[in-house]
Design a protein around this ligand. Structure first.
Ligand SMILES: [Zn+2]
Length: 383
């Protein structure tokens, strides 16, 4: 069923389906909520269902058939009723006053936009981003208004969907306000933003606002297993790190940071060794820095932190239920039985501080060396 393409968000889906079934579709919507949870995917599914030529109705649900011409065109973003607006680069200054906002862009920029749209049409959770694009400009709003006036005779309903609507310039927002005040017939607008406070009050008050909740850990985990063919244990680890965002989860899943987590755990082993541990520790840290960028190291440190939390939870509850690093179960059990009185909270605090320092661009080698020397001190103090 078509809404199933969207992970979770059952409440939001049901609001929109009820609006279609009862024929009370609002003129303008505001979808707001964190990044990567499926707001754009939902906006497109909504437009697709409303324009579907053979929708399937069942009690309180209505689904797009996914097979008709309209559904196909919605899927590949080529539907004449679909008008997407998103930030594009400023382009070169041009003397000729063109009505076409894309006329100022060079070939490379146009190609990038086309490629980005293609990727997005295949994966509606793709983070839509174009190099150097920070603003939605007034001529883009005018361009869409013009297109809509040309297609007003077409069947179905037109949808203007604005990605990151907070990126509208003041001029564009004011121009857009007129569209909201004097809506074209059979045209609906969906503004997609992370924080609604970023929009003018005059715009907010003219929209029906729907808050999109973060996805749950289970929803993300199941999405990763079914869509990205990731095994359950790894999917759960990634889901915990993703802060409710499926787009972040997919990003994490592409990196080999779970292996890096094991290297960080191994560093702890190295750092508590007696004898010449310092040289080995430094060698291993240098190798990690050579092979990974700061983002990967931060992700792995977060997992290392979860690993320590797992060990602590096992000491307290003697149960495997809350353990997230399930692939590490045996090692965690062994560690926690050996280090029962270890100051886990202090260790976690040390890792958190290291992450903050990495984000501030402090030398990563120095941060990691300090982290492990401090962890070593903790081990010898309490154990
Ligand atoms: Zn259809």
């Amino acid at each position: 069923m078509s809404w199933d393409n969207i992970i979770g968000l059952e409440r939001e889906k049901s609001i929109l389906q009820r609006a279609i079934i009862s024929n009370r579709i609002a003129q303008s919507y505001l979808f707001y909520g964190n990044e990567g949870i499926g707001k754009k995917a939902m906006a497109l599914e909504f437009a697709k269902t409303i324009n579907c030529q053979n929708p399937i109705v069942k009690e309180n649900s209505i689904y797009a058939c996914g097979k008709c011409v309209s559904c196909m065109e919605m899927n590949n973003l080529s539907h004449p009723n679909l008008h997407l607006i998103y930030s594009i680069p400023a382009g070169k200054a041009s003397d000729a006053k063109s009505d076409n906002p894309y006329a100022k862009l060079d070939e490379k920029q146009i190609t990038e936009i086309q490629e980005e749209l293609k990727v997005f049409s295949e994966d509606k959770y793709h983070k839509f981003m174009i190099t150097g694009a920070h603003n939605i400009k007034i001529d883009q709003i005018r361009d869409v208004k013009r297109k809509i006036s040309h297609t007003s005779g077409a069947s179905g309903k037109s949808f203007i969907i604005i990605f990151n609507a907070e990126e509208m310039t003041r001029e564009a927002a004011n121009g857009f306000l007129k569209t909201l005040e004097e809506p074209a017939e059979n045209t609906h607008i969906i503004l997609v933003v992370q924080q609604r406070e970023m929009l003018l009050n005059t715009i907010l008050s003219r929209t029906q606002q729907i808050f999109f909740e973060d996805l749950t850990i289970d929803e993300i985990k199941n999405g990763l297993v079914s869509r990205c063919q990731i095994d359950e244990q790894k999917a759960k680890l990634i889901a915990v790190l993703s802060n409710g965002s499926f787009a972040s989860a997919k990003n994490y899943s592409r990196n080999e940071f779970t292996d890096l987590r094991l290297k960080l755990v191994d560093l702890l082993r190295t750092s508590v060794k007696k004898g010449a541990y310092k040289i080995v520790l430094l060698d291993k840290i240098n190798e990690i820095i050579k092979e990974n960028d700061s983002k990967q190291i931060i992700s792995a440190l977060l997992l290392f932190e979860l690993w320590l939390r797992d060990a602590y939870s096992y000491i307290k509850t003697n149960s495997e239920d809350k353990i997230i690093n399930l692939d590490q179960l045996d090692v965690i059990k062994k560690f926690s039985s050996y280090y029962k009185t270890f100051d886990y909270f202090k260790a976690i605090e040390l890792i958190e501080n290291s992450i903050i320092s990495i984000k501030k661009n402090v030398n990563i080698q120095l941060i990691l060396v300090n982290l492990y020397l401090n962890l070593r001190r903790l081990v010898y103090k309490f154990c």
